[in-house]
Design a protein around this ligand. Structure first.
Ligand SMILES: Nc1ncnc2c1ncn2[C@@H]1O[C@H](COP(=O)(O)OP(=O)(O)OP(=O)(O)O)[C@@H](O)[C@H]1O
Ligand SMILES: [Mg+2]
Length: 319
Protein backbone atom coordinates (compact mmCIF):
# COMPACT_ATOMS: atom_id res chain seq x y z
CA UNK A 1 0.00 0.00 0.00
CA UNK A 2 1.33 3.45 -0.89
CA UNK A 3 0.79 6.71 0.97
CA UNK A 4 -2.12 8.89 -0.12
CA UNK A 5 0.36 11.06 -2.07
CA UNK A 6 1.78 8.04 -3.83
CA UNK A 7 -1.72 6.74 -4.58
CA UNK A 8 -2.55 10.13 -6.13
CA UNK A 9 0.63 10.02 -8.19
CA UNK A 10 -0.33 6.54 -9.44
CA UNK A 11 -3.71 7.75 -10.58
CA UNK A 12 -3.92 8.42 -14.31
CA UNK A 13 -6.50 10.62 -15.96
CA UNK A 14 -8.30 8.79 -18.74
CA UNK A 15 -10.05 9.70 -21.97
CA UNK A 16 -12.76 7.11 -21.69
CA UNK A 17 -13.87 4.20 -19.52
CA UNK A 18 -15.69 1.19 -20.89
CA UNK A 19 -17.52 -1.24 -18.63
CA UNK A 20 -19.19 -4.58 -19.35
CA UNK A 21 -21.40 -5.94 -16.57
CA UNK A 22 -23.35 -9.23 -16.53
CA UNK A 23 -26.96 -10.08 -15.81
CA UNK A 24 -27.42 -12.20 -12.70
CA UNK A 25 -29.90 -14.70 -11.36
CA UNK A 26 -30.40 -14.70 -7.58
CA UNK A 27 -31.81 -17.33 -5.19
CA UNK A 28 -31.51 -20.29 -7.64
CA UNK A 29 -34.37 -21.97 -5.78
CA UNK A 30 -33.47 -22.69 -2.12
CA UNK A 31 -30.64 -20.13 -1.73
CA UNK A 32 -32.98 -17.27 -0.92
CA UNK A 33 -31.17 -13.91 -0.63
CA UNK A 34 -27.80 -15.69 -0.73
CA UNK A 35 -27.01 -17.41 -4.04
CA UNK A 36 -26.18 -15.58 -7.26
CA UNK A 37 -25.12 -16.66 -10.74
CA UNK A 38 -23.54 -14.39 -13.37
CA UNK A 39 -24.86 -14.90 -16.90
CA UNK A 40 -23.49 -14.14 -20.37
CA UNK A 41 -25.96 -11.33 -21.06
CA UNK A 42 -24.41 -7.88 -20.68
CA UNK A 43 -24.96 -4.15 -20.33
CA UNK A 44 -22.16 -1.94 -21.70
CA UNK A 45 -21.31 1.50 -20.33
CA UNK A 46 -19.09 4.08 -22.00
CA UNK A 47 -18.12 7.01 -19.79
CA UNK A 48 -16.20 10.03 -21.07
CA UNK A 49 -15.12 12.53 -18.39
CA UNK A 50 -15.23 16.27 -19.08
CA UNK A 51 -17.17 19.46 -18.47
CA UNK A 52 -19.20 20.25 -15.39
CA UNK A 53 -22.53 18.52 -16.09
CA UNK A 54 -23.69 15.16 -17.39
CA UNK A 55 -25.27 13.87 -20.57
CA UNK A 56 -26.82 10.39 -20.69
CA UNK A 57 -27.91 8.30 -23.66
CA UNK A 58 -29.60 4.90 -23.41
CA UNK A 59 -30.15 2.30 -26.10
CA UNK A 60 -31.93 -1.02 -25.57
CA UNK A 61 -33.65 -1.76 -22.25
CA UNK A 62 -35.04 1.40 -20.65
CA UNK A 63 -34.64 3.46 -23.83
CA UNK A 64 -37.25 6.22 -23.87
CA UNK A 65 -38.31 5.31 -20.29
CA UNK A 66 -35.44 6.17 -17.94
CA UNK A 67 -34.86 9.75 -16.83
CA UNK A 68 -31.59 10.95 -18.37
CA UNK A 69 -30.46 13.07 -15.43
CA UNK A 70 -28.77 12.78 -12.03
CA UNK A 71 -31.52 10.37 -10.88
CA UNK A 72 -30.36 7.71 -13.41
CA UNK A 73 -29.18 4.68 -11.42
CA UNK A 74 -25.86 4.38 -13.27
CA UNK A 75 -25.16 8.11 -12.78
CA UNK A 76 -25.97 7.86 -9.06
CA UNK A 77 -23.67 4.83 -8.78
CA UNK A 78 -20.80 6.57 -10.60
CA UNK A 79 -21.23 9.54 -8.24
CA UNK A 80 -21.31 7.27 -5.17
CA UNK A 81 -18.18 5.46 -6.38
CA UNK A 82 -16.26 8.68 -7.04
CA UNK A 83 -17.20 9.97 -3.61
CA UNK A 84 -16.09 6.73 -1.92
CA UNK A 85 -12.77 6.91 -3.80
CA UNK A 86 -12.36 10.61 -3.00
CA UNK A 87 -11.92 11.60 -6.63
CA UNK A 88 -13.63 14.73 -7.97
CA UNK A 89 -14.96 14.24 -11.50
CA UNK A 90 -17.58 16.97 -11.93
CA UNK A 91 -18.86 16.17 -15.41
CA UNK A 92 -19.05 13.23 -17.82
CA UNK A 93 -21.04 11.82 -20.65
CA UNK A 94 -22.51 8.34 -20.18
CA UNK A 95 -23.65 6.00 -22.93
CA UNK A 96 -25.62 2.90 -21.83
CA UNK A 97 -26.03 0.01 -24.25
CA UNK A 98 -28.49 -2.14 -22.33
CA UNK A 99 -29.38 -5.76 -23.04
CA UNK A 100 -30.52 -6.93 -19.60
CA UNK A 101 -34.32 -6.59 -19.42
CA UNK A 102 -35.61 -4.39 -16.58
CA UNK A 103 -37.87 -5.55 -13.74
CA UNK A 104 -37.74 -9.20 -14.79
CA UNK A 105 -35.51 -10.81 -12.13
CA UNK A 106 -32.24 -10.75 -14.07
CA UNK A 107 -30.50 -8.20 -11.88
CA UNK A 108 -30.70 -5.10 -14.10
CA UNK A 109 -30.60 -2.76 -11.09
CA UNK A 110 -27.54 -4.58 -9.71
CA UNK A 111 -25.82 -4.40 -13.09
CA UNK A 112 -26.49 -0.65 -13.21
CA UNK A 113 -25.05 -0.21 -9.71
CA UNK A 114 -22.02 -2.49 -10.09
CA UNK A 115 -21.35 -1.08 -13.57
CA UNK A 116 -21.53 2.51 -12.32
CA UNK A 117 -19.26 1.83 -9.34
CA UNK A 118 -16.76 -0.01 -11.54
CA UNK A 119 -16.79 2.94 -13.95
CA UNK A 120 -15.85 5.18 -11.02
CA UNK A 121 -12.76 3.03 -10.39
CA UNK A 122 -11.88 3.42 -14.06
CA UNK A 123 -12.36 7.20 -13.94
CA UNK A 124 -10.19 7.34 -10.83
CA UNK A 125 -7.48 5.35 -12.60
CA UNK A 126 -7.58 2.63 -9.97
CA UNK A 127 -7.97 -1.15 -10.35
CA UNK A 128 -11.34 -2.41 -9.17
CA UNK A 129 -11.29 -3.64 -5.56
CA UNK A 130 -14.00 -6.30 -5.93
CA UNK A 131 -14.45 -6.90 -2.21
CA UNK A 132 -15.11 -3.18 -1.66
CA UNK A 133 -17.28 -3.13 -4.77
CA UNK A 134 -19.61 -5.66 -3.11
CA UNK A 135 -19.75 -3.50 0.05
CA UNK A 136 -20.55 -0.29 -1.87
CA UNK A 137 -23.01 -1.98 -4.25
CA UNK A 138 -24.87 -3.63 -1.39
CA UNK A 139 -25.32 -0.19 0.23
CA UNK A 140 -26.97 1.11 -2.94
CA UNK A 141 -29.00 -2.03 -3.81
CA UNK A 142 -30.06 -2.95 -0.26
CA UNK A 143 -29.25 -6.66 -0.64
CA UNK A 144 -26.03 -8.37 -1.73
CA UNK A 145 -27.04 -11.46 -3.75
CA UNK A 146 -27.21 -10.03 -7.30
CA UNK A 147 -24.46 -7.45 -6.83
CA UNK A 148 -22.08 -10.17 -5.60
CA UNK A 149 -22.48 -12.20 -8.80
CA UNK A 150 -22.25 -9.09 -10.99
CA UNK A 151 -19.04 -8.05 -9.20
CA UNK A 152 -17.32 -11.46 -8.92
CA UNK A 153 -18.75 -13.58 -11.75
CA UNK A 154 -19.42 -17.33 -11.52
CA UNK A 155 -21.50 -18.71 -8.66
CA UNK A 156 -21.61 -16.58 -5.51
CA UNK A 157 -22.82 -16.91 -1.94
CA UNK A 158 -23.55 -13.53 -0.38
CA UNK A 159 -24.40 -12.45 3.15
CA UNK A 160 -24.34 -9.38 5.34
CA UNK A 161 -22.35 -8.83 8.53
CA UNK A 162 -24.19 -6.03 10.27
CA UNK A 163 -24.76 -3.69 7.35
CA UNK A 164 -21.76 -4.88 5.38
CA UNK A 165 -22.27 -6.89 2.21
CA UNK A 166 -19.91 -9.84 1.77
CA UNK A 167 -19.58 -12.68 -0.71
CA UNK A 168 -17.54 -15.68 -1.74
CA UNK A 169 -17.20 -16.82 -5.33
CA UNK A 170 -17.20 -20.52 -6.20
CA UNK A 171 -16.19 -21.97 -9.53
CA UNK A 172 -19.24 -23.35 -11.35
CA UNK A 173 -19.02 -26.91 -12.71
CA UNK A 174 -17.47 -26.97 -16.19
CA UNK A 175 -20.09 -26.69 -18.89
CA UNK A 176 -22.89 -25.44 -16.61
CA UNK A 177 -25.36 -23.43 -18.69
CA UNK A 178 -28.67 -21.62 -18.23
CA UNK A 179 -31.78 -20.85 -20.21
CA UNK A 180 -33.88 -17.83 -19.22
CA UNK A 181 -37.56 -17.51 -20.17
CA UNK A 182 -38.45 -13.83 -19.92
CA UNK A 183 -42.07 -12.66 -20.11
CA UNK A 184 -42.94 -9.24 -21.50
CA UNK A 185 -44.49 -8.05 -18.21
CA UNK A 186 -42.60 -6.73 -15.19
CA UNK A 187 -42.84 -7.55 -11.51
CA UNK A 188 -41.19 -5.05 -9.18
CA UNK A 189 -38.96 -6.63 -6.55
CA UNK A 190 -40.81 -4.70 -3.82
CA UNK A 191 -44.19 -6.17 -4.88
CA UNK A 192 -42.85 -9.74 -5.00
CA UNK A 193 -41.23 -9.37 -1.57
CA UNK A 194 -44.54 -8.20 -0.03
CA UNK A 195 -46.08 -11.64 -0.65
CA UNK A 196 -43.68 -13.51 1.62
CA UNK A 197 -44.92 -14.65 5.06
CA UNK A 198 -43.04 -13.51 8.17
CA UNK A 199 -43.14 -17.04 9.66
CA UNK A 200 -42.63 -20.39 7.89
CA UNK A 201 -42.98 -24.01 9.10
CA UNK A 202 -39.82 -25.47 10.62
CA UNK A 203 -39.98 -28.42 8.20
CA UNK A 204 -39.86 -26.03 5.23
CA UNK A 205 -36.90 -24.12 6.70
CA UNK A 206 -35.07 -27.40 7.36
CA UNK A 207 -35.77 -28.66 3.83
CA UNK A 208 -34.41 -25.45 2.30
CA UNK A 209 -31.28 -25.52 4.46
CA UNK A 210 -30.52 -29.04 3.22
CA UNK A 211 -31.33 -28.27 -0.41
CA UNK A 212 -29.22 -25.10 -0.48
CA UNK A 213 -26.22 -27.02 0.89
CA UNK A 214 -26.82 -29.66 -1.78
CA UNK A 215 -27.06 -26.96 -4.44
CA UNK A 216 -23.51 -25.83 -3.63
CA UNK A 217 -22.36 -29.36 -4.44
CA UNK A 218 -24.52 -29.52 -7.57
CA UNK A 219 -23.37 -26.14 -8.92
CA UNK A 220 -19.69 -26.83 -8.34
CA UNK A 221 -19.29 -30.40 -9.55
CA UNK A 222 -22.42 -32.55 -9.34
CA UNK A 223 -24.78 -30.97 -11.89
CA UNK A 224 -26.75 -34.22 -12.17
CA UNK A 225 -28.20 -33.26 -8.76
CA UNK A 226 -29.53 -29.88 -9.95
CA UNK A 227 -33.19 -30.92 -10.20
CA UNK A 228 -33.39 -32.09 -6.57
CA UNK A 229 -31.04 -29.38 -5.31
CA UNK A 230 -33.15 -26.52 -6.74
CA UNK A 231 -36.29 -27.48 -4.74
CA UNK A 232 -37.56 -24.50 -2.76
CA UNK A 233 -40.23 -24.14 -0.09
CA UNK A 234 -39.56 -20.61 1.20
CA UNK A 235 -40.45 -18.11 -1.51
CA UNK A 236 -41.39 -19.27 -5.01
CA UNK A 237 -44.89 -20.67 -4.32
CA UNK A 238 -45.80 -17.70 -2.08
CA UNK A 239 -45.21 -15.40 -5.04
CA UNK A 240 -47.59 -17.26 -7.35
CA UNK A 241 -50.36 -14.58 -7.12
CA UNK A 242 -47.95 -11.99 -8.57
CA UNK A 243 -46.74 -14.30 -11.37
CA UNK A 244 -49.06 -17.29 -11.95
CA UNK A 245 -47.70 -17.93 -15.46
CA UNK A 246 -44.12 -18.13 -14.15
CA UNK A 247 -45.05 -20.70 -11.53
CA UNK A 248 -47.02 -22.70 -14.11
CA UNK A 249 -43.93 -22.72 -16.35
CA UNK A 250 -41.67 -23.77 -13.45
CA UNK A 251 -44.01 -26.68 -12.64
CA UNK A 252 -44.21 -27.75 -16.30
CA UNK A 253 -40.43 -27.65 -16.81
CA UNK A 254 -39.65 -29.41 -13.53
CA UNK A 255 -42.27 -32.04 -14.43
CA UNK A 256 -40.23 -32.81 -17.53
CA UNK A 257 -37.03 -33.20 -15.51
CA UNK A 258 -35.51 -29.72 -16.00
CA UNK A 259 -34.07 -27.78 -13.02
CA UNK A 260 -36.34 -24.74 -13.37
CA UNK A 261 -36.51 -21.94 -10.82
CA UNK A 262 -37.90 -18.42 -10.50
CA UNK A 263 -35.02 -16.06 -11.24
CA UNK A 264 -34.61 -13.51 -8.44
CA UNK A 265 -37.95 -11.96 -7.56
CA UNK A 266 -39.34 -13.09 -10.95
CA UNK A 267 -41.12 -13.20 -13.25
CA UNK A 268 -38.28 -14.70 -15.35
CA UNK A 269 -37.96 -18.48 -15.15
CA UNK A 270 -34.44 -19.90 -15.40
CA UNK A 271 -33.38 -23.48 -16.13
CA UNK A 272 -29.96 -24.69 -14.99
CA UNK A 273 -28.44 -27.52 -16.92
CA UNK A 274 -25.44 -29.73 -17.30
CA UNK A 275 -23.73 -30.22 -20.59
CA UNK A 276 -23.31 -33.95 -21.10
CA UNK A 277 -20.01 -34.00 -22.99
CA UNK A 278 -17.13 -32.56 -20.91
CA UNK A 279 -14.85 -32.60 -23.95
CA UNK A 280 -17.21 -30.79 -26.34
CA UNK A 281 -18.46 -27.79 -24.41
CA UNK A 282 -20.19 -26.02 -27.32
CA UNK A 283 -21.85 -29.21 -28.58
CA UNK A 284 -22.94 -30.09 -25.06
CA UNK A 285 -24.42 -26.64 -24.52
CA UNK A 286 -26.47 -26.78 -27.68
CA UNK A 287 -27.72 -30.23 -26.63
CA UNK A 288 -28.89 -28.73 -23.32
CA UNK A 289 -30.50 -25.76 -25.10
CA UNK A 290 -32.32 -28.15 -27.46
CA UNK A 291 -33.66 -30.09 -24.48
CA UNK A 292 -35.49 -26.96 -23.27
CA UNK A 293 -38.83 -26.16 -24.93
CA UNK A 294 -39.71 -23.10 -26.98
CA UNK A 295 -41.04 -20.17 -24.90
CA UNK A 296 -44.77 -19.57 -24.33
CA UNK A 297 -46.37 -16.83 -26.48
CA UNK A 298 -45.17 -13.39 -25.40
CA UNK A 299 -42.02 -14.78 -23.73
CA UNK A 300 -38.42 -14.63 -24.99
CA UNK A 301 -35.96 -17.49 -24.54
CA UNK A 302 -32.29 -16.66 -23.88
CA UNK A 303 -29.67 -19.41 -24.22
CA UNK A 304 -26.87 -18.38 -21.87
CA UNK A 305 -23.56 -19.46 -20.45
CA UNK A 306 -22.08 -18.60 -17.05
CA UNK A 307 -20.03 -15.38 -16.96
CA UNK A 308 -16.76 -16.33 -15.22
CA UNK A 309 -15.30 -12.97 -14.19
CA UNK A 310 -17.99 -10.42 -13.34
CA UNK A 311 -17.78 -6.73 -14.22
CA UNK A 312 -14.89 -5.71 -16.51
CA UNK A 313 -13.39 -2.25 -16.94
CA UNK A 314 -11.20 -0.88 -19.72
CA UNK A 315 -9.64 2.57 -19.28
CA UNK A 316 -8.18 4.45 -22.22
CA UNK A 317 -5.52 6.68 -20.71
CA UNK A 318 -4.81 10.22 -21.79
CA UNK A 319 -1.33 11.12 -23.03
N1 LIG B 1 -29.32 -0.06 -16.74
C1 LIG B 1 -30.09 0.70 -15.94
N2 LIG B 1 -29.99 2.04 -15.96
C2 LIG B 1 -30.74 2.80 -15.16
N3 LIG B 1 -31.68 2.33 -14.31
C3 LIG B 1 -31.83 1.02 -14.25
C4 LIG B 1 -31.04 0.13 -15.06
N4 LIG B 1 -31.41 -1.13 -14.78
C5 LIG B 1 -32.38 -1.05 -13.86
N5 LIG B 1 -32.64 0.23 -13.53
C6 LIG B 1 -33.67 0.67 -12.57
O1 LIG B 1 -34.06 -0.45 -11.77
C7 LIG B 1 -35.44 -0.82 -12.02
C8 LIG B 1 -35.59 -2.31 -12.04
O2 LIG B 1 -35.19 -2.79 -10.78
P1 LIG B 1 -35.80 -4.14 -10.14
O3 LIG B 1 -34.92 -4.46 -9.00
O4 LIG B 1 -37.25 -3.99 -9.93
O5 LIG B 1 -35.64 -5.24 -11.31
P2 LIG B 1 -34.38 -6.08 -11.77
O6 LIG B 1 -33.15 -5.55 -11.11
O7 LIG B 1 -34.39 -6.10 -13.25
O8 LIG B 1 -34.72 -7.52 -11.26
P3 LIG B 1 -34.24 -8.32 -9.90
O9 LIG B 1 -33.78 -7.30 -8.90
O10 LIG B 1 -35.46 -9.05 -9.43
O11 LIG B 1 -33.18 -9.25 -10.37
C9 LIG B 1 -35.75 -0.17 -13.37
O12 LIG B 1 -37.12 0.11 -13.50
C10 LIG B 1 -34.90 1.11 -13.33
O13 LIG B 1 -35.54 2.12 -12.56
MG1 LIG C 1 -33.06 -5.45 -8.96
Amino acid sequence: MGSPDKADAERRPCDQVRVRVPATSANLGPGFDAFGLALTLYDDLIVTPGGSGITVTVTGSGEGELALDESHLVVRSIRAGLEALGVPVPGFSLRCENRIPHGRGLGSSSAAIVGGLAAAYGLAGEPVDRERLVVLANELEGHPDNVAAAALGGFTIAWTEGETGRAVRLEPAAGLAAVAYVPDNRVLTKEARGLLPSVVPHTDAAANAGRSALLVAAMTGRPELLLTATEDRLHQEYREPAMPESLALVHKLRGSGLAAIVSGAGPTVAVLGETPAPTGKAAGQSQFYRSTPEPPDGWTKYELGIDPVGVQVWSMEAG
